[in-house]
Design a protein around this ligand. Structure first.
Ligand SMILES: Nc1ncnc2c1ncn2[C@@H]1O[C@H](COP(=O)(O)OP(=O)(O)OP(=O)(O)O)[C@@H](O)[C@H]1O
Length: 822
């Protein structure tokens, strides 16, 4: 019923799938029969077929029938050849193609295909006739058959002659081919060509893989053979040692050892004895010691702190390493790697305070990166909390697998301070940083660094590290030898240091005042350089150790001189006053270029103390005044080393907008504590690794002038120890804050007038000046006068503003100023 309804509406129902398949199979089968018939057709076979005997050619007596399909094949072949000649091959090929279309594709034979087939076969037959020539029907297999004769002889040749017919029929043949296959012949040929090439390439690749696998197998076999041989010789050597046998004559053959026998080191144990009561890491230089007497005069009785201020060793030894446990973990590592087809030989095991390093020797020809790729699998097999793979360990031929210890051992600051390296005179400002995995103390030298960046996530051990660094300095230097400027926008971290006599100004907590403090440091640096130039010395050390000219009258003055730091500052009072005034008016350092600085009038101090600027939490400052802070830090970092000024910057926000490229480029020495991502690690160290640290003092230290990261456990100093230390220092001297500097910094913090005074017209001019400075890469009042046709006063003011904004450097006599903007 439904069927008849459909027909009524003229809708064609889809042929069922099975009918397509049946038709497809039948067509392919008939096509194959026709194909075999035509390819094996010979007129000789027609001798057996009565009604076609006229077309037969002679056959030798007893000659077998040729056609693959027998008599029927002979008839089928004859029909195709007689009708279409050489184009008769097209019939079976087209039938097979139609069958495939029915069976595999959508099952419909498009009119286009049928038209293509007809054009193809007719043009093919006529073409062959035109090619062979002749006026009668040529029944041979290589001609055009009856169709070719009809079309060629009666239509094409009379109309177009031979060449015209061949051209037109050839074109028609190609068109028929396109319609039949739906593919342009060139594309079709290209596709077939590409397929053949791909098949050949695959074949070659398979052959190559087979060869490489065979080579690898051979290498593995050789290695196994060598390993067996080594073990056999070791066994022999052992049994020879156990049962004494007469020594053979001549030289004895030693067992071949490719890798040294593995050893276990326990570097977590403390080896240093408790100090004697009253012992100190450093003794104060004797008072009245030659030319240093002036600056030590006020602190003659200042005593450096002793070990007593630090917690005594509780006697609690770190638990001894469990050999069996370590060996079992090593076996697990080796077996896990072996399960993944990586052959390794076990090496040394070193147990450090926080981590244990298992070394392995990779077999010859093994890419070490393959071991690194199995990090997650080794972590799973060893049930490790965190794992780090050093492939290879820098400077060694082994790969290191570092696993966190279940029981961590802290490294007390006292232990590091007792180390001879800390007391060594080679380190000018020794910093007790920690202890590496081999138990070696890590002692830095701030004078060599000369600036340090400490970064890590919150709770990773940064503050403890900063405390140990400060403590290290307090143990060596009195307030006359080293001064601190502490910047603590978080307010809580550094409050305990407010009593320290070493402070130049109270701990700066207001981010707005930090820029003024940093500018003061820049000025102090510039002032020191001018004094060095005047005294003919090159740096801080040679200045403090220079041979003083004998000046009896000065010596007489010294008798009545106030305490040394004050004396120094009194000497600098003019400069400080100018800084204070400059800070108030927002023109810090502006006078330097235009006026020849009155160095003659500036009294040269006997010696300068080191200045260490500590910034705890750079991120807060970078939020307040990023350009100013960045520029000041860059200026200090670039030039301050020789002036005895050093920077230590800490941050818990290791982002690229906090630790900027400029800051990083100027602070090559870094300490990274645990961070949350590889990205953070790259910001601090320019490489990954810090994300694999285990926290609580586990750190990576990048020493100055080295690309080799040192993993170590940071020194631990408790808040109580720091408090005792600060109390000791504070009890001997009052903090002697320089009121002028404090005032100048305070005014710098509230200062914003300079910006208010600048009108929009001025702002345009400033932009032009910046452009000139950027193009010329130098800046001076006369240059701006010339290039922008300004009067002297206006040009000088512009230079001041550019300096205040950190675009150009301070003035240096008649020389043009340096341009920081590249
Ligand atoms: N070197 C160390 N040895 C042993 N334990 C440590 C060490 N450093 C830090 N710790 C432990 O980690 C805790 C956190 O350390 P710390 O306060 O220094 O972290 P932080 O990075 O400064 O964090 P925040 O930025 O929040 O102040 C400490 O209380 C201490 O218990």
């Amino acid at each position: 019923m439904a069927k008849s309804d459909n027909r009524k509406r003229g809708e064609k129902s889809e042929p069922p799938r099975w009918s397509n398949e049946v038709v497809g199979i039948v067509l392919i089968c008939v096509g194959l029969l026709c194909f075999l018939s035509v390819i094996s057709f010979t007129p000789k076979d027609l001798n057996d077929i009565g009604f076609l005997r006229d077309f037969a050619t002679e056959r030798a007596v007893g000659e077998e029938r040729h056609n693959f399909i027998g008599g029927v094949g002979a008839v089928l072949g004859f029909i195709q050849v007689a009708l279409f000649g050489a184009a008769g091959y097209i019939v079976p090929v087209a039938l097979i193609w139609f069958g495939v279309v029915k069976l595999v594709f959508d099952g419909r034979l498009w009119p286009r295909t049928m038209v293509g087939f007809i054009i193809l076969i007719l043009s093919g037959a006529a073409f062959m006739h035109a090619l062979r020539g002749g006026t009668g029907v040529d029944w041979s297999k290589h001609a055009g058959g009856l169709t070719g004769w009809l079309l060629g002889n009666h239509i094409f040749l009379p109309l177009l002659n031979r060449i015209g017919s061949l051209l037109l029929l050839g074109a028609a043949y190609l068109v028929g081919l396109i319609l039949l296959t739906g593919q342009p012949p060139v594309k079709f040929i290209k596709g077939v060509h590409a397929l053949i090439l791909e098949a050949m390439a695959n074949h070659r690749e398979r052959k190559e893989e087979g060869r490489v696998a065979a080579e690898k197998e051979e290498i593995r076999n050789n290695e196994r053979e060598r390993e067996r041989e080594r073990r056999r010789k070791e066994r022999e050597a052992k049994s020879a040692a156990a049962v004494p046998t007469p020594e053979p004559q001549g030289q004895q053959e030693l067992p071949l050892r490719e890798t040294p026998a593995p050893q276990i080191f326990d570097a977590s144990q403390r080896k240093i004895d408790a100090p004697k009561p009253g012992d100190k890491p450093f003794e104060r230089k004797q008072k009245g010691e030659g030319h240093l007497s002036l600056s030590t005069a006020g602190f003659e009785d200042y005593e450096l702190p002793g070990f007593d201020l630090l917690d005594p060793d509780t006697g609690e030894e770190a638990p001894e390493a469990n050999r069996d446990e370590l060996l079992a973990t090593q076996r697990t590592i080796v077996e896990t790697l072996r399960a993944f087809g990586i052959e390794v030989t076990p090496g040394d095991i070193t147990r450090g305070p926080t981590i244990t390093r298992y070394e392995i020797y990779p077999s010859t020809g093994l890419r070490v990166s393959r071991i690194a790729q199995l990090e997650a699998d080794i972590a799973r097999a060893t049930c490790a909390e965190r794992i780090n793979i050093l492939a290879p360990i820098p400077g060694k031929d082994t790969v290191g697998i570092e696993l966190a210890n279940s029981q961590k051992v802290s490294v007390p600051l006292r232990e590091l301070l007792q180390d001879p390296e800390f007391r060594s005179a080679k380190k000018k400002i020794p910093l007790a940083l920690g202890k590496d995995v081999y138990g070696k103390t890590v002692i830095g030298d701030l004078a060599a660094m000369p600036h340090l960046l400490v970064a890590g996530a919150t709770g990773s051990g940064k503050s403890v590290c900063i405390n140990s660094i400060i403590a290290s300095m307090l143990f060596k230097f009195g307030p006359d030898e080293l001064r601190f400027i502490m910047v603590d926008p978080k307010v809580v971290e550094m409050q305990m240091y407010n009593k320290l006599p070493h402070l130049v100004v109270p701990v700066v907590t207001d981010p707005k005042k930090v820029v003024a403090a940093l500018k003061w440091v820049v000025n102090e640096m510039e002032k020191r350089y001018r004094v060095f130039a005047k005294t003919g010395v090159r740096n801080f050390d040679s200045f403090n150790h220079r041979v003083r000219p004998e000046k009896p009258e000065v010596a007489a003055e010294e008798e009545e001189a106030p305490p040394p730091w004050n004396a120094d500052e009194e000497v600098d009072m003019d400069a400080i006053e100018s800084i204070a005034a400059a800070l108030e008016s927002g023109e810090l350092g502006a006078e330097a270029e235009e006026e020849e600085l009155p160095i003659e009038e500036e009294k040269i101090p006997d010696r300068y103390p080191y200045i260490v600027v500590l910034i705890d939490e750079l991120a807060d400052l970078m939020q307040t005044a990023p350009a100013d802070v960045e520029m000041c830090i860059a200026r200090i970092a670039q030039k301050a080393r020789a002036a005895g000024i050093h920077l230590i910057i800490a941050t818990q926000t290791p982002r690229a907008d906090v630790v900027t490229g400029i800051i990083k480029a100027n602070i090559p020495c870094r300490i990274a504590f645990q961070v949350s991502s590889q990205l953070d690690s790259r910001v601090i160290l320019d490489t990954k690794g810090a994300e694999k640290l285990v926290g609580k003092g586990d750190m990576l230290y990048l020493p100055p002038g080295s690309a080799k990261l040192e993993r170590s456990q940071g020194a631990f100093v408790s808040d109580e120890e720091v408090e005792r230390l600060v109390d000791h220092c504070a009890a001997q001297a009052e903090p002697n804050f320089e009121s002028d500097i404090v005032r100048s910094i305070d005014s710098g913090g509230e200062d914003g007038d300079d910006e208010e005074e600048i009108s929009p017209a001025d702002e345009d001019l400033i932009m032009k000046c910046i452009e000139v400075a950027r193009q010329e890469q130098k800046c001076s009042t006369s240059l701006l006068q010339r290039r922008l046709r300004l009067g002297y006063t206006r040009a000088a003011r512009m230079v001041d503003i550019l300096e205040a904004r950190g675009v150009v450097g301070p003035g240096d006599g008649a020389k043009p100023r340096e341009v920081y903007l590249k």
